[in-house]
Design a protein around this ligand. Structure first.
Ligand code: HEM
Length: 219
């Protein structure tokens, strides 16, 4: 969904929309909801740890179990409603098809190699194959974390969903693993933003400088 900038602007200042408003709004609401969900989730986990560790107090939200559950459920509605709007927009407008696909193994290997040697070029408005794969994976993890979360929240009403996971204990582990995958995604995602900080402002304003055409850059 790329539109030309204001034609009255001087040519070298012309900027085009690379992130449409629905994507930006959904992205930042989602980022806020995910932070609330993860931090309150860690507080809930600390009340009955699955593994031999707990999360530090400073990284948790809610103060105590009851407070954390209230935060977790409130942020869940925000995440679920915002997520559904984003998925609906992404599929219906063709945003996912245009920006997250295609995903070819050959391109992925090439981009991964370039990324690991810090040679990966970034073009405003075009996601490289590593980003595309990461975005598709985090969408799937989002669906998994919501489905497993629903099944451990309402195990009686949603018993078929619990059965699909292979029982309550498995669903709880799946919920934890999906959360860990999302946290790992966010860590790599933020590292990529730090490596290419020029991607941040367009995700806020939507606009990026017009890329010169081949002919213009030759002139
Ligand atoms: C404060 C935290 C965050 C910052 C600073 C941030 C920043 C960004 C930036 C700059 C982009 C555009 C990248 C580019 O143009 O190459 C982007 C895209 C994206 N981010 Fe984030 N992000 C944050 C949190 C998150 C979280 C928590 C998630 C999901 C768990 C997420 C998922 C995505 C997705 C799916 C896209 C692609 C959006 C689309 O085109 O539909 N981000 N982010």
């Amino acid at each position: 969904m790329t539109t030309a900038g204001n034609s009255l602007e001087p040519k070298h200042l012309r900027r085009r929309i690379i992130h449409p408003l629905p994507v930006r709004a959904a992205h930042w609401i989602n980022a806020f909801a995910i932070v609330c969900m993860v931090m309150s989730g860690w507080q809930i986990y600390n009340a009955s740890p699955l593994f031999a560790f707990t999360f530090p107090k400073w990284a948790t939200l809610g103060g105590w179990l009851g407070g954390a559950i209230a935060w977790h459920l409130a942020a869940m509605w925000l995440l679920a409603i915002n997520g559904l709007i984003y998925l609906g927009y992404g599929f219906m407008s063709g945003h996912f098809r245009r920006h997250f696909l295609p995903l070819h193994a050959r391109d992925l290997l090439r981009d991964l190699k370039d990324a690991l040697t810090f040679r990966l070029a970034h073009q405003a408005g075009i996601y490289n194959t590593v980003q595309r794969l990461m975005y598709v994976i985090v969408l799937l993890l989002g669906v998994l974390v919501v489905a497993s979360g629903l099944s451990i929240w309402k195990p009686v009403q949603l018993d078929s969903l619990v059965d699909l996971f292979g029982g309550y204990d498995v669903a709880r582990r799946v919920h934890f693993i999906a959360m860990a995958g999302i946290v790992a995604f966010v860590a790599v995602h933020l590292a990529l933003v730090l490596i290419v900080p020029s991607t941040l402002l367009p995700m806020v304003t939507g606009r990026a400088p017009q890329q010169k055409s081949h002919r213009e850059s030759q002139a």
